[in-house]
Design a protein around this ligand. Structure first.
Ligand code: FE2
Length: 366
C-alpha cells in the first residue's frame, strides 16, 4: 500500500456556516456543549475534553458544512501535506492556535489540518461506576446524575421537562456521502493516513463505503474517525455532503439517556435515529437533527483499535440493523432543511426495503 503523505492522529472539530447562530447556540447547549466564544458573527463550543473547540459556526446567508478539523503530530507532516496539496500554511485562529492548512477531498468536502494547537484544561466530572449482575464496582454509594428527581419540572402546558443535558466530551467522527467509495477511501489513506476498520459491502457485492480510523500505531484509535458512504448515481445531489458528526460523551449509558430525555422533553428538536447499539464500532448511539437540518450524534462505549487490527469486509445490513435499536429513517445522513424531512422520509423507500430487502432478509409478512 502507498505510504501516506501524513497521518492525522485525531479529529478535533466541525465547522459550519449557518443562518441563525442564536438558534444553533441554544441547540448546542441543549445537546451538551459549552460556549467558548459567541458573537453575532461566529460561535465556538467546547466539550469537557482538551480541544479548544469541537464545534464552530459562522453567520451566513445560506447553511453549509465548511470543514472537519484534524491534527498531525509534526510540523514536517503539515509541510509535506501543504506541498502535496499545493496549499499554504496559515496561522490557526486565536482560540485554536497552531498552524493549519485547508484542503478539499475528492468530493470537494472541506478539511483543515493543524499542528501545535492550544489545549484546554479538561472539565473534570464525576463519572459514576456502573454495576452489572456479575461485576459490582459501586458499593455504599448511590447512582445519581445531576439533581436526581429535581431535574424534572412541569411547564405551563402541563408537560414534564427534564433539565439535565448530556456532557459532551469530544468529537469522535464524521460521516460523509461520496460519489466513489473506493476512490475516497484510497484518498483518505494516501493523504491523511487513515486505515480501514470495516469495508461496507453493498447488495451488488462491491465496496459501498467504509469505516476508517486514524493510524496511531500501538496507541488505540476509535474504530472510526470517518464513515465514508458511497451513494448511487440517482442520489447525485447528495454526493459530497455532510452525513453526521458523532460526539463522545464524558460518562456512559446514563449520560446518553439523560441527554435523550432532555432533548425529547424540550419539544424543540427532530429526532433522527436511536437509541441503539451499533454493530460496527459498538457504540451506543442517539442522533438528533439541528435547527439547520444537520445531524449530530451522542455516542458512548465505542471500540478502540491499534494499527495491527486487520480490516474486515461487512454487509451493509450490519450498518442499518446494528445490534439493537430501530432501523434508521431513509433521511439518515441526509442534510435537509427541517421542513423537508417528513416529505423526504415519505417519498423515499425506507431502508428496510432498500437494503435489508435487497439482501433477501425475511419479509415482515412472511
Ligand atoms: Fe456516527
Amino acid at each position: 500500500m502507498t505510504q501516506p503523505i501524513a497521518k492525522v492522529t485525531d479529529i478535533i472539530f466541525i465547522r459550519f456556516q449557518l443562518r441563525d447562530l442564536e438558534a444553533q447556540a441554544g441547540y448546542l447547549e441543549d445537546f451538551g456543549m459549552t460556549a467558548v466564544h459567541k458573537t453575532s458573527e461566529a460561535i465556538f463550543y467546547r466539550g469537557t475534553g482538551t480541544d479548544a473547540y469541537i464545534y464552530a459556526a459562522e453567520k451566513a446567508d445560506t447553511d453549509a458544512f465548511i470543514a472537519a478539523g484534524y491534527e498531525v503530530n509534526s510540523l514536517a507532516e503539515l509541510q509535506a501535506l501543504a506541498e502535496n496539496q499545493g496549499v499554504a500554511i496559515e496561522d490557526g485562529d486565536a482560540l485554536m492556535g497552531g498552524k493549519r492548512i485547508r484542503l478539499t477531498d475528492p468530493d470537494g468536502l472541506g478539511i483543515e489540518v493543524y499542528h501545535g494547537v492550544h489545549k484546554a484544561d479538561p472539565i473534570d466530572e464525576n463519572v459514576p461506576l456502573l454495576n452489572s449482575g456479575k461485576h459490582k464496582h459501586r458499593l455504599n454509594e448511590t447512582q445519581r446524575f445531576g439533581g436526581g428527581a429535581a431535574e424534572w419540572s412541569m411547564d405551563s402546558q402541563g408537560n414534564m421537562q427534564y433539565a439535565l443535558p448530556s456532557s459532551v466530551m469530544r468529537l469522535g467522527h464524521t460521516a460523509i456521502n461520496v460519489k466513489d467509495g473506493p476512490a475516497s477511501i484510497q484518498w483518505y489513506h494516501d493523504v491523511l493516513g487513515m486505515i480501514v476498520s470495516d469495508n461496507i459491502i453493498g447488495p451488488d457485492g462491491n465496496v459501498g463505503g467504509a469505516f476508517i480510523r486514524c493510524d496511531n500505531g500501538d496507541m488505540p484509535s476509535d474504530h472510526h474517525t470517518l464513515n465514508v458512504v458511497a451513494l448511487p448515481p440517482e442520489a447525485e445531489p447528495f454526493h459530497g455532503t455532510f452525513g453526521h458528526a458523532g460526539f463522545e460523551l464524558e460518562k456512559s449509558l446514563d449520560d446518553l439517556m439523560a441527554g435523550h430525555f432532555h432533548m425529547k422533553t424540550s419539544g424543540k428538536y427532530v429526532h433522527e435515529w436511536g437509541i441503539g447499539r451499533h454493530l460496527l464500532g459498538s457504540q451506543l448511539y442517539d442522533y438528533w437533527r439541528d435547527p439547520h437540518g444537520f445531524i449530530i450524534e451522542h455516542w458512548t462505549d465505542g471500540d478502540l483499535m491499534t494499527a495491527d487490527s486487520p480490516p474486515q469486509d461487512v454487509s451493509i445490513v450490519e450498518v442499518v440493523k446494528g445490534q439493537y435499536g430501530p432501523i434508521p429513517h431513509s433521511s439518515f445522513n441526509m442534510s435537509l432543511p427541517l421542513e423537508a424531512v417528513d416529505g423526504f422520509r415519505e417519498a423515499t423507500p425506507n431502508l428496510t426495503e432498500m437494503i435489508v430487502g435487497a439482501m433477501e432478509a425475511p419479509k415482515a409478512d412472511s
